[in-house]
Design a protein around this ligand. Structure first.
Ligand SMILES: [Zn+2]
Length: 526
């Protein structure tokens, strides 16, 4: 087998990605994504920008140490500010205090920014870069220097732009990352500049490219062809303005077409799942036309295309879809794949026989649920419950006989919610009521009150996150909604899902699964 490539993937989904319009990752979202990225095999994960105004990012670096992460964690910041001595600059110290092995700092390469934005002398800017890199290098394992606006700086004043990266190199930066921060450079010019800089520097180079001219992926790939050793980007290309270079397109392009081995083949086959997972956690609609992983990427609609692919796969497909965990769909004949489901089932039952009638029945059920709006990529808890139950490994120990929610207002107009539920375990029927902030909170409280009496370990289950997505906006208030719940018991984390035209019912289904899953975990262990 080919050894891993020296080329490193540096993911900044949690920092630059989180700066994208419509994205706002919580601490728990960030930790979940970091674990997924680590399992997938990216070499670096930039967690965020630790500073006193950013509590989530500060907390991220504390919490991430408690998780099993194989990727190197990087803390992001900038060079010291102008007019402030290194000793006075608290932001650089905060990077060291994260305990992360890698510091990534950006500094100014463009004379226009030095003169008109941060307003200091050219020589002070060079001092800021050199002093900051040297300081971090003394206290941390690795320093990545992001040369902000490098391409624009080089176009306007190549001598000064070169001086800035030379200052970082001389101060000991491990990698110098040339950034196209405004994302407006076209591939020909990008390649020429990268090539020229490469000839003048000894330090290894990386790139960080934004997508404002639609060239972020192309430019990143060109940089690799020109000798870059680090590619920065985000999952699904989320990020400032038009986004960052999309790692979901870059990774398979480099690995399958340029022969650069970045992750194992098995992990590359989880790329579609990773992409979908990040969309779900970030609560954005997946792009069906995304290269490699989009639902349309291997969907064949025109009759001639369908006929061609059936005869010779390569006739209308640039790679086999399984290599990136996607599947072929024939839109006209409606024969969707289900490859990822088979893969997931193999995790439960390694000797899975696809011809087993039980497996066929299970596949049909999953497909039907997917057509109704269920998606299991971020709701493995619900998927496991269905599969383990249908395969006869688990029996649901309780049954919910019914629930009722009453919405009312007090005399002063404060809304109040009260829920009553009936749960049966064998011959025991629990009937409980609870109040809550809103109907879903009241249902959650009532359900727990009833079940904790029967199963005390459920007291440990915490609801970490709750997300609602409207599936078909055209139907207005009659639209279907999908509710995703993330739960944990301090040791495991799991996602569950409910779909309904009634938001309370969708939440209810996901809530029941969240608690049922914990019971299944315990019973399967025995
Ligand atoms: Zn950026």
């Amino acid at each position: 087998m080919k050894p891993m490539d020296k080329l490193a993937i540096y993911d900044t989904t949690l920092r630059d990605g989180n700066q994208g319009i419509g994205i706002g990752l919580s601490l728990s979202d960030k930790l979940l994504i970091a674990e997924k990225l680590s399992d997938f095999g990216v070499q670096y994960i930039e967690g965020g920008w630790p500073n006193p105004t950013n509590e989530i990012d500060q907390a991220f670096y504390i919490q991430i140490k408690k998780r099993k992460i194989k990727s190197k964690i990087a803390a992001f910041g900038s060079t010291r500010r102008p007019g402030v001595s290194l000793a006075e600059d608290t932001f650089l110290k905060l990077l060291v205090e994260t305990g992360a092995p890698v510091a990534t700092i950006f500094g100014k390469s463009w004379d226009l920014h030095v003169e008109q934005v941060i307003r200091c002398s050219f020589s002070e800017n060079l001092d800021m870069i050199a002093e900051s890199v040297a300081y971090l290098k003394k206290h941390m394992d690795e320093v990545v220097y992001d040369a902000e606006h490098f391409f624009d700086g080089y176009k306007h004043n190549p001598e000064y732009a070169m001086k800035t990266v030379q200052a970082a190199q001389d101060a000991g930066a491990d990698v110098i990352v040339l950034c196209d921060t405004n994302g407006g450079t076209l591939p020909g010019e990008f390649r020429r500049i990268f090539h020229e800089v490469r000839a003048q520097l000894k330090a290894p180079l990386g790139v960080h490219v934004h997508n404002d001219a639609g060239c972020a992926v192309a430019n990143s790939i060109l940089a690799v062809e020109e000798g870059a050793v680090q590619i920065q980007g985000t999952i699904n290309g989320i990020g400032e303005r038009c986004g960052n270079a999309d790692l979901v397109t870059i990774i398979p392009s480099l690995q399958l077409k340029l022969g650069r081995k970045l992750v194992t083949e098995q992990n590359l086959a989880k790329l579609s799942e990773l992409s979908f997972f990040v969309s779900e956690v970030a609560n954005i609609s997946p792009n069906i036309r995304a290269p490699y992983v989009g639902a349309a990427a291997f969907s064949h609609k025109a009759g001639a295309h369908v006929d061609g692919v059936r005869k010779v796969r390569e006739s209308f497909e640039h790679i086999p879809p399984e290599q990136v965990g996607n599947s072929r769909r024939f839109v006209l004949s409606d024969q969707s794949g289900g490859g990822t489901i088979i893969e997931k089932l193999k995790g439960i039952k390694p000797d899975l026989d696809k011809t087993d009638p039980l497996v066929k029945k299970l596949l049909a059920k999953i497909k039907k649920m997917e057509s109704e709006g269920y998606h299991f990529e971020a709701a493995d808890g619900t998927f496991q419950l269905i599969a383990q139950t249908m395969l006869g490994e688990f029996e649901r120990p309780f049954e919910v006989l019914g629930f009722r929610v009453i919405e009312d207002k007090t005399a002063d107009g404060t809304p109040i919610s009260e829920a009553t539920i009936k749960v049966r375990e064998g011959n025991v029927v629990e009937h409980t009521a609870a109040d809550g902030d809103g109907p879903i909170n009241a249902l959650d409280a009532a359900l727990r009150k009833a079940l904790v009496k029967l199963y005390p370990s459920l007291a440990k289950v915490k609801l970490e996150d709750y997300k609602v997505r409207v599936l078909d906006g055209k139907e207005g208030t009659g639209a279907k909604v999908r509710v995703l719940i993330e739960s944990s018991d301090g040791k495991h984390r799991w996602g569950t899902i409910g779909v309904s035209t009634n938001i309370i019912e969708a939440s209810w289904l996901a809530l029941i699964d969240a608690l049922m899953y914990k019971l299944m975990l315990e019973r399967l262990k025995k």
